[in-house]
Design a protein. Structure first.
Length: 375
C-alpha cells in the first residue's frame, strides 16, 4: 500500500514508523524545515508508554531514555502547596521527541519532505493521512464530509518554558486583586519545565492591553514564589484560546484524520501528543488485521472511538472546570484540592483513595472538623 501523510508531527511520524514496518511504502510531507519546532515538554502516562513498547521497541527505548518521571500532583492554593501522590507521569521535550521520531523514519527509509506546505493532496496514494494539526487544511477541505465542528474555550492561555525547578505536575491558582491566574507546570528535562498560564475572560480583559512582553513580566511577578527568580522563556509563545475540534466522521474515502486534526483534548487532562500517538497506534492495529483501506478505516474509527470518547468528555469537563475556577477560589485548601483532583469524572473517591490514602484521610478529617456546608 502507498501511504501519503500530510504533517510531520508526533501523529504523522509515529504512524509512518509503524506502517513502514508492515512493509507499506510511506512518505511524509512537513511544512516546517527540519529542527524548526515549537513547544516545550509533552507528557505521557505509564499506561500510554507501556502501549508504545511492543509496536516499536526502538522508539520506545529512545523516548524513555530522554524522559523525566514524577509521582505527585502539587496544588498551590492560598500560597499553600498540597501534594497528592500516586499520579505517575513522564515528560519529554517536544523537540527531543520529534528528533527521535524523525531519526527512526530515516533509519526505516521513510522520506520526509521538509519545508513543503501541502495545498493539494499528493496524488497516487492508496491511503492519505491528515496529520496536519489543529488547523488542518486537509480537514477544512473536506469539512462537510467529516462533519467538522470547531469550538473555542472561553479562557486564554499561553505556553512558556522555565528553568525553575518543579517536582511534578504543579497546578498554581493565584488571585491578584480581581485577577485570577492559573499555571500548569511540569518538569520534562534536567533543567527545563513547561509553564502554561491560563486566565479567565475577566482577567484577560485587563491583561490584553499589556502585549506579550509586558504581560510576561506581570506573570513573572504573580508567580514569583514558584519561579524562584527564573524568567519565563518564550518560544513563539502567544495568548490563544483552546480550540475544541470534533469530527462526526473520521475518514472519507481513502482520507483519514489523526491527532489534533481529528480531535483536541484540553491540556489540563493530558497532552494532545499522547493522544496523537495513540491514534497512530490504533490505525496501525487496524491495518495489522485488515489489509484494505475499505476494511481498516471503519475498524480504526469504531475501535478507537470507544476508548477515546470518555476521555474526550472528561477533557471537556476539566476544561470547563478551569473556565469556572473562580467559583471555587473561596474554598479552604483541602476541599479546593479535592475539587481539583476530582474535577473530571476520571478520578473518583475510590481511585483517589488508592492513589493517596493520606490525602483522603486529611480531607475527611477536614470535613468532620468543618461542618460549614462548603462541601
Ligand atoms: C503554540 C502551541 C504550543 C504547544 N506546546 C505543546 C507542548 O509544549 N506540549 C504538549 O504536549 N503539547 C503542546 N501543544 C499541543 C500539541 O502540539 C499537540 O496536541 C500535538 O502535537 C498533536 O500532534 P499532531 O501530530 O496531531 O499535530 P502537530 O504536532 O500540530 O503536527 C502537525 C504537523 O503538520 C504540519 N503541517 C500543518 N499543515 C501542513 C501542511 N499544509 N503541509 C505540510 N505540513 C503541515 C505542521 O507543521 C506540524 O508539524 C502545543 C500546541 C500549540 C498550538
Amino acid at each position: 500500500m502507498k501511504v501519503h501523510i500530510v504533517g510531520g508531527g508526533p501523529a504523522g511520524l509515529y504512524l509512518a514508523i509503524l506502517l513502514r514496518q508492515l512493509d507499506h511504502k510511506v512518505e511524509v510531507w512537513e511544512r516546517n524545515p527540519q529542527n524548526n519546532t515549537f513547544g516545550w515538554g509533552v507528557v505521557f502516562s505509564d499506561q500510554t508508554l507501556a502501549s508504545l513498547q511492543e509496536p516499536d521497541p526502538t522508539t520506545h527505548r529512545l523516548m524513555t531514555q530522554r524522559m523525566r518521571t514524577w509521582e505527585n500532583v502539587d496544588i498551590i492554593h492560598r500560597g499553600v502547596c498540597t501534594s497528592v501522590a500516586g499520579n505517575r507521569f513522564s515528560g519529554i521535550a517536544r523537540i527531543d521527541l520529534l528528533a527521535v521520531l524523525q531519526g527512526r523514519c530515516q533509519e526505516l527509509g521513510v522520506p520526509i519532505h521538509y519545508a513543503t506546505d501541502i495545498r493539494h493532496i499528493p496524488p497516487g496514494a492508496d491511503l492519505v493521512v491528515g496529520a496536519d494539526g489543529v488547523a488542518s487544511r486537509l480537514r477544512q477541505r473536506f469539512r462537510q464530509r467529516f462533519g467538522t465542528q470547531l469550538g473555542l474555550g472561553s479562557n486564554r492561555y499561553i505556553w512558556y518554558g522555565t528553568q525553575a525547578p518543579f517536582a511534578g505536575l504543579t497546578l498554581t491558582f493565584r488571585l491578584d486583586g480581581d485577577d485570577l491566574f492559573m499555571a500548569h507546570s511540569y518538569k520534562y528535562s534536567q533543567d527545563l519545565s513547561t509553564f502554561i498560564v491560563e486566565v479567565d475572560e475577566a482577567t484577560w480583559r485587563r491583561l490584553r492591553y499589556l502585549g506579550e512582553a509586558r504581560s510576561r513580566r506581570r506573570l513573572e511577578q504573580v508567580f514569583a514564589p514558584e519561579l524562584q527568580g527564573q524568567p519565563l522563556l518564550s518560544n513563539r509563545s502567544k495568548w490563544i484560546r483552546f480550540v475544541n475540534v470534533v469530527n462526526q466522521h473520521w475518514y472519507s474515502g481513502n482520507v483519514v484524520l489523526l491527532g489534533d486534526a481529528l480531535h483536541t483534548a484540553h491540556f489540563s487532562i493530558g497532552s494532545g501528543t499522547k493522544l496523537a500517538m495513540e491514534d497512530s497506534l490504533a490505525l496501525w492495529q487496524a491495518f495489522r488485521t485488515h489489509s484494505t483501506v475499505e476494511q481498516a478505516l471503519p475498524v480504526f474509527e469504531s475501535g478507537r472511538r470507544s476508548g477515546l470518547d470518555g476521555f474526550l468528555a472528561a477533557a471537556v469537563t476539566s476544561q470547563r472546570w478551569f473556565e469556572q475556577a473562580r467559583n471555587h477560589m473561596h474554598l479552604d485548601v483541602l476541599p479546593f484540592c479535592y475539587r481539583v483532583m476530582t474535577r473530571s469524572s476520571r478520578v473518583d473517591d475510590t481511585s483517589l483513595q488508592r492513589r493517596d490514602p493520606a490525602f483522603v484521610a486529611a480531607y475527611q478529617q477536614w470535613l468532620r472538623l468543618n461542618d460549614t456546608g462548603q462541601e
